[in-house]
Design a binder for this molecule. Structure first.
Ligand code: ZN
Length: 184
């Protein structure tokens, strides 16, 4: 009982703190999570992610909000059934085709058999196989929507270059790039 009440109070406190990523838009636990990435705010319907990724976002079985994370790091996440999160750092680093590949990767998590409630772009420290699957599904989505599937590789190389060299995170990204290359 006490734990439940504490969670409710924490949720209320998070809302009162003014985090734009409210429980309604991305689920329980999300506001506190978003604060680790500089907070989140909804992207207006005429924003770049909406405009560039409309066709891919439309593939989600449940409508996804688009939220922009305040961090300058290159990051993206999806809370399945709620929202896709794109960081300001990512928007600055990626061209439109690469941004489409990012959202397709996140949609890969939504549509993949290994779908989890919450998943990210870097994938670390979460399982490599789920990331490889999301990369492959995402690349197929880009291709089916008339985009250039090689943008998935370019995008992953940029993400790999943005994490500490020789970290577990970088090694995981390099392995994903290698596996995607093997697929042709
Ligand atoms: Zn991922």
């Amino acid at each position: 009982m006490r734990t439940g009440l504490a969670i409710i109070l924490l949720t209320v406190a998070a809302s009162a703190a003014g985090c734009a990523a409210s429980g309604e838009s991305c689920g329980p636990g999300c506001p506190a999570w978003a604060r680790r990435y500089g907070g989140a705010a909804p992207e207006p319907p005429d924003g770049r992610v909406h405009l560039v990724c409309r066709d891919i976002l439309a593939l989600s079985p449940a409508p996804l909000d688009v939220q922009i994370l305040g961090t300058g790091e290159i990051e993206a996440h999806v809370w399945v059934g709620h929202a896709v999160f794109i960081s300001r750092g990512l928007l600055a680093a990626m061209d439109d085709a690469e941004l489409q590949a990012v959202v397709a990767h996140e949609m890969g998590h939504v549509l993949a058999a290994s779908s989890r409630m919450q998943a990210g772009l870097r994938g670390c420290p979460i399982g490599l196989e789920a990331e490889v699957e999301a990369d492959r599904v995402g690349r197929d989505l880009v291709k089916r929507n008339g985009g250039n599937p090689s943008a998935m590789l370019r995008m992953l190389r940029k993400v790999a270059a943005s994490v500490p060299a020789d970290s577990a995170c970088e090694r995981g990204l390099r392995e994903r790039i290698r596996r995607l290359n093997l697929d042709g």
